[in-house]
Structures are given as C-alpha cells and as structure tokens.
Design a protein around this ligand. Structure first.
Ligand SMILES: *Cc1c(COP(=O)(O)O)cnc(C)c1O
Length: 220
C-alpha cells in the first residue's frame, strides 16, 4: 500500500455503505495503536484482534471505552489474560473454551458476551463447531450451564474462494441456523463477512461484519 493510503477515508467510505443496522468490527490485528487511534477518532468503538498477546500489549495504550472483540481461535489457557476487560469473544469453538470463559467471567464478577463460531467453510483448516455441536452447546446454555456468559449470536467464515455461489450458500447455512436458534431465545448478532465478502454476507442476513484490510490496506 502507498504511504498516503488514508485509513480514515477508507473507514468512512465503508461505514457509509453499510446499512445502519449492521455493526462494524474494525479488525485491527497487526496494526499499531496509532492507526487504531486514528479510526477511534472517527467514532469507531468496536475493534477486533485475534491474538491475546497483541491485544494485551495494545489495550493499555488505547482509550478505555473501546469494546474489544476476540475474533480468532482462542486457547483456553489464555482466557485469563483478557477476562477482565474483553467485551465479546466472537470465536467460541469448543465447550472447553466456553467453560473456561464462564469460569473466568465469574472470578471477575462479570458476564462476557460470546458468539459461537460455526464451521461453514469446506476447508478443514478453519476452526468452528459443527452445526449439531452448536445446537447442543446452545441447549446447554439455555439449560443454565454457563451463567456468566451471554451468547448473543453466531459467527462464521466462508471458504476462501472466487465462487460467489459457494460463499452465498455457506452464509445461508449459518443464517438458517441463526434463525432456528433465535426461536429458542432471541439472538442479536450474526457475524459474517470480511473485506472481500461482506456485501454478500449482508445480502445473506449478516448483522455484523469484520473488516480489516479494506480499511488499513493489505497486511504483511
Ligand atoms: C483477519 C480477520 C478478519 C478481517 O479480514 P480482512 O480480510 O482483513 O477484512 C475477519 N475475521 C477474522 C476471523 C479474521 O481473522
């Protein structure tokens, strides 16, 4: 990217093109605190990081009213480093992880919001719960098993492909699961869509997009 790539302008143009009902998580992984502050100064408050170490380093350098989201695979033994301040963990991909988040939230006397990450892509490498596991875990939650977390919705990533039909199909699978679970208990957040596929995701019912490179430029 050129030196004068204007991130504030990129941010504003994306924001303008999002339906007002769609929440934007600005994905700030690998970006400096200075760049994050530049977007913060435009009014953005939700930022997403995928590494605990990186988040813990940036957190004290930035305003305290930022709502930090974890969007990447989270190791159970790292929950304790973020439990005090994390707003939402979007990437809950196992019961073990949810159990630990619940436990850590209790020690800080708070509730942590989470999304269940569902594996909708065909790539084996992507993390996420299978659909049947997602239903089971949500049912356990409804039965009161995780009193210190609030499941607010689902998250998913489509296959990295040029084939828009496939992307659409994968997002639709997640949307259907979302509406099914919402009948058991209302959910607010269907997090799907990144820089390259967020428009498709919104057409498929996304209420929350996670955008990094379209604002900051391509990561190294
Ligand atoms: C990196 C990342 C994003 C943002 O990707 P861009 O293509 O840079 O917009 C969104 N979601 C997750 C889970 C990510 O890891």
């Amino acid at each position: 990217m050129s030196e004068n790539f204007n991130i504030a302008e990129e941010y504003k143009s994306i924001l303008q093109n999002l339906p007002p009902s769609v929440q934007l998580t600005v994905v700030s992984k690998t970006q400096s605190a200075e760049k994050i502050k530049e977007i913060y100064d435009q009014g953005q408050r939700i930022f997403g990081e995928n590494k605990v170490q990186e988040l813990v380093e940036k957190y004290p350098l930035l305003p305290s009213d930022i709502q930090w989201h974890i969007i990447g695979h989270l190791q159970t033994n790292k929950v304790k480093y973020i439990a005090e301040f994390i707003d939402t963990i979007q990437s809950v991909d196992s019961e073990k992880l949810l159990t630990e988040i619940d436990r850590q939230a209790a020690t800080y006397n708070r509730k942590i919001k989470v999304l269940l990450q569902v594996r909708i892509a065909e790539e084996e490498t992507k993390f996420g719960l299978e659909i049947s596991e997602t239903k089971e875990l949500f049912q356990e939650y409804l039965n009161g098993k995780f009193p210190n977390v609030e499941i607010t919705g689902l998250m998913g990533m489509a296959t990295f492909t040029e084939d828009e039909n496939q992307i659409r199909q994968e997002f639709s699978v997640l949307q259907q699961l979302f509406s099914q679970l919402s009948k058991l208990q209302p959910l607010t957040t269907l997090s799907m869509g990144m820089s390259d596929d967020y428009k498709t995701a919104i057409e498929c019912g996304s209420t929350s997009v996670r955008i990094g490179s379209a604002i900051f430029g391509r990561r190294n």
